[in-house]
Write a protein of this length. Structure first.
Length: 353
């Protein structure tokens, strides 16, 4: 029996086959699938499924997370679904244990652009640190940065980067991206009018003009890793009180090879107002660096981390423009713009130009 609200791909027979293939179900079979809860995120639809079995099902999951595209973004953001399915099915199995929810099944259909992921349900054992947009406590932030450093250390200067894992953007690729960005920026600036002051317009123009020099850091292919790409604190699941477990990272649809501080700058400079960022930034960067070293990264100095962090903060002035260009709501991109601009000023990032 399958809840009528679910697509055919989540029926009892297909879930049985997926769980058996993943080694999560032996002789038993899924008898009933029920929708326990569903919600939309900004770009995806999340359904929590309750399962009942017939036959031997000891150890099989009693619930699952079924992730599919948000109807409004299914086609314009189809590549994000393709990307996330690839991560969970090809790369996550090679990650250290207990960094991400387990994936039981994932598929992207190139013809229809439909995709889905069938993930471990951690609802009972884990929780998101805060309700958006509240920043985390110091302890929560430290736990999150620990998990992020473990993720980065696992792929730090890995021989497979660009070969068997991900792809490098060429100089022509990044130049093309900047040309596209410049076009978006022109329209963005025209629409904002006097809400984007001349000082910020000058910063954007200088940034675009000098982007080829700034991109040399990426094109060095040195001290790089797989970055998450959307590493705000609400994409981390923390163990609930009394649960002995690790932080898990989810929503990996924007992963790529990149400079690791991209994730740290996105987490702190993009999403935290100055008082909170200034209170935690230095402490967390120190902890991140210590964790990298503890997990085998060498030759990356604390000074290099600071330089990369400022470089990444500056690059994130592009993020609100990209978000605007795909119709992300202003409540997100406008606040991101204000916060990242304050961080750029605070950290004197314009010096890098």
């Amino acid at each position: 029996m399958t809840d009528s609200r679910l697509p055919e791909v989540a029926d009892a027979a297909r879930l049985t086959a997926a769980l058996r293939k993943a080694g999560a179900l032996d002789a038993g079979a899924v008898r009933e699938v029920k929708v326990l809860h569903e919600r939309d995120t900004v770009v995806s639809h999340i359904t929590r499924l309750g399962l009942r079995y017939v036959g031997e099902s000891a150890g099989a999951p009693q619930s699952l997370i079924f992730k599919t595209p948000h109807a409004a973004f299914a086609k314009p953001l189809a590549n994000a679904g393709r990307h996330e399915v690839a991560y969970y099915t090809q790369i996550a199995p090679r990650m250290p244990a207990l960094l991400m929810p387990r994936c039981f099944d994932g598929n992207f259909d190139e013809e229809s652009l439909a995709w889905h992921l069938l993930l471990e349900d951690l609802t009972d054992s884990h929780e998101i640190a805060t309700a958006w947009p509240l920043p985390p406590s110091r302890g929560q932030a430290t736990a999150i940065v620990t998990a992020l450093a473990r993720w980065h250390a696992a792929w730090w200067d890995h021989a497979g980067l660009g070969e068997t894992v991900g792809a490098w953007a060429s100089i022509a690729d990044t130049a093309g991206d900047m040309e596209t960005f410049a076009s978006h920026y022109d329209r963005f600036a025209d629409q904002l009018g006097d809400r984007l002051n001349e000082e910020r317009r000058t910063l954007y123009r200088r940034f675009i003009d000098r982007s080829d020099r700034l991109l040399q850091r990426y094109h060095s292919h040195r001290h790089v890793t797989i970055t998450h790409g959307d590493a705000h604190i609400w994409n981390f699941l923390l163990p609930r009180a009394g649960v002995a477990d690790t932080v898990r990272i989810f929503d990996s649809d924007q992963w790529r090879i990149g400079v690791p501080t991209r994730d740290l700058a996105y987490m702190m400079a993009m999403h935290w107002y100055p008082e909170r960022r200034q209170a935690l930034e230095r402490l967390l960067l120190n902890h991140y660096h210590d964790t990298l070293i503890a997990h085998g990264v060498s030759g990356y100095t604390r000074g290099a981390l600071d330089q990369d962090y400022r470089w990444s903060v500056l690059w994130h002035i592009t993020k609100p423009v990209w978000q605007w260009s795909i119709n992300i709501p202003p409540v997100i991109w406008w606040n991101n713009l204000e916060r990242v601009m304050m961080a750029v000023e605070d950290l004197c990032c314009e010096e890098l130009l």
